[in-house]
Design a protein around this ligand. Structure first.
Ligand code: SF4
Ligand code: FE
Length: 482
């Protein structure tokens, strides 16, 4: 089975036994929990769109390993064309879900691990790439979701991994056995955690040379004994438990992050992809982060398309669409959104072939792309709030709207220009969701910190900006030869 349907994906999750805590309780069936289900729906759509001939070119690719058709989220990019199509696929998914659809982190982590394990084996004579291939063939054959476990708890950010008062604040190997390793620690903000079949874990940063137990990468089933999830709260998340169609904002889709705790997780050797090679921890996480920084040039513009639509529709509903300043704000939103997309496309078009054979994005352009994502999403939503008006934060509840007395007043006084109060309120709630509700997690704060906070990109811009070459240009122009 190379391509699962959305329904088969949901069924496959039901057969799993993720141990998930939320609101102080163990969750019975995560896919049925109203707070989790919208995030599952978003991933499920990536299966259904891959079945649709209209989207086959973007949503599927041919595996260079098996020759079979696979979901593009489970593909190792074979060309710059593949990298470009990936960005377009993410824009499409963003347009359809207006949420973080979570599947890209695993795609970016597997592409990074494919390349780095190959280079490690070439240099060190290890067998990590062969192990990776065994794992990844299964991912492609069974069309699995892979979550990326990257961000450690970190404790005191001023101390090295092995100098923390509590040694478990970075994921580490606590025991090496004949048949595998035992791992302890926590990966924070794990996207897709409870919606995943497998997890690919890697270090969160360069590892100190004397901290070998922290240089660890491996794959594991997401519901393995020894993994515990504590589900992350999102602003206004309990609206999903109110049987609401309107106040919930985005009635269909959502995102999720969770703490993923390795409580002495056993990992057999065949799933270990790094064991103590400290010098390779930095290159591995850098490659993952760089791929992911370009991915943001697809997913955020896709959501941005919906957000521009919200602003334009709100202007229609408020009767302000003809005002020149409103038109200008919408132009600015489009300009910012397309600038992000251009950078995602450019970083992909300027990609290059790695020694392993898969394609990597341009390092400098990818970081510039993500750095703009940390800013422009905030600018875009500021303009959206501006156009929406103050009613965005003073609107009574859906239950009041359904009340015979209160609802009557709301219908009368909240109508807009040629629009019912009901439809205007629906739109305002979606805007609220994207600006400070559950949707803002994916569109704003994740834009700031996901794939590395702004300073992480600035370090890379300095590193790859080639200032020496730029100075040489000036000297050549001026015939300075010193
Ligand atoms: Fe994908 Fe964007 Fe979510 Fe990252 S933030 S997992 S690129 S949708
Ligand atoms: Fe992300």
């Amino acid at each position: 089975m190379a391509l699962m349907t959305g329904a088969q994906y949901e069924e496959s999750l039901r057969r799993m036994k993720h141990k998930v805590y939320m609101f102080g309780e163990l969750v019975d069936t995560p896919v049925d929990h109203p707070i989790i289900r919208p995030s599952m729906n978003a991933i499920k759509l990536s299966y259904d769109l891959a079945q649709d001939p209209m989207y086959a070119d973007l949503m599927t690719a041919t595996s260079h390993l098996s020759g079979q058709k696979v979901n593009r989220f489970g593909h190792l990019h074979q060309s710059t064309d593949d990298l470009i199509k990936k960005v377009k696929m993410l824009r499409l998914m963003g347009q359809k879900t207006c949420a973080c659809f979570q599947r890209c982190a695993g795609m970016d982590a597997t592409n990074a691990s494919y390349g780095i394990t190959y280079e490690m084996d070439q240099k060190l004579g290890t067998v990590y790439h062969k192990r990776f291939l065994n794992f990844f063939q299964k991912v492609q054959e069974e069309d699995l979701i892979v979550a990326a476990g990257v961000t450690d708890a970190k404790g005191d950010r001023g101390l090295a991994q092995n100098k923390q008062p509590d040694p478990d604040l970075f994921v580490r190997i606590v025991e090496r056995k004949v048949d595998g390793i035992v791992v302890r620690g926590c990966k924070c903000h794990t996207t897709a955690a409870t919606n995943a079949h497998m997890v690919l874990v890697m270090p969160t940063q360069a590892i100190a040379a004397d901290a070998k137990d922290y240089a660890v990468s491996f794959v594991t089933p997401a519901d393995a004994e020894g993994i515990v999830y504590v589900f992350g709260r999102q602003s206004c998340d309990t609206r999903k438990t109110e049987n609401s169609n309107v106040d919930v904002g985005n009635p269909k889709y959502g995102s999720q992050e969770a703490l993923m705790i390795f409580d002495d997780l056993f990992v057999p050797w065949e799933n270990v992809l790094m064991d103590g090679e400290t010098e390779w921890a930095g290159p591995l996480v850098e490659r993952f982060a760089t791929y992911h920084r370009t991915s943001y040039g697809g997913c955020k513009p896709g959501q941005g398309d919906v957000i521009v639509g919200m602003a334009a529709l709100m202007a229609d509903y408020n009767g302000t669409a003809k005002a020149s300043h409103v038109k200008d704000k919408i132009i600015e939103m489009i300009h910012l959104n397309e600038t992000l997309y251009s950078q995602g496309i450019a970083a992909s078009a300027e990609g290059y072939k790695t020694p392993a054979g898969n394609y990597m994005v341009d390092l400098l352009l990818s970081n510039c792309c993500k750095h703009n994502v940390t800013r422009f999403t905030y600018d875009i939503t500021r303009l959206l709030e501006d156009i929406a008006g103050g009613i965005l934060v003073t609107l009574p509840s859906e239950k009041d709207f359904d009340h015979p007395v209160a609802g009557g007043f709301m219908k009368k006084y909240l109508q807009g220009s040629n629009v019912s109060a009901e439809n205007r309120i629906k739109l305002l709630r979606l805007i609220e969701n994207m600006t400070f509700g559950t949707g803002a997690v994916g569109y704003k704060t994740e834009s700031m910190h996901g794939a590395g906070s702004p300073q992480a990109q600035r370090i890379q811009v300095q590193r790859y900006g080639n200032i020496g070459n730029k100075k040489a240009l000036v000297k050549t122009l001026l015939d300075i030869t010193d």
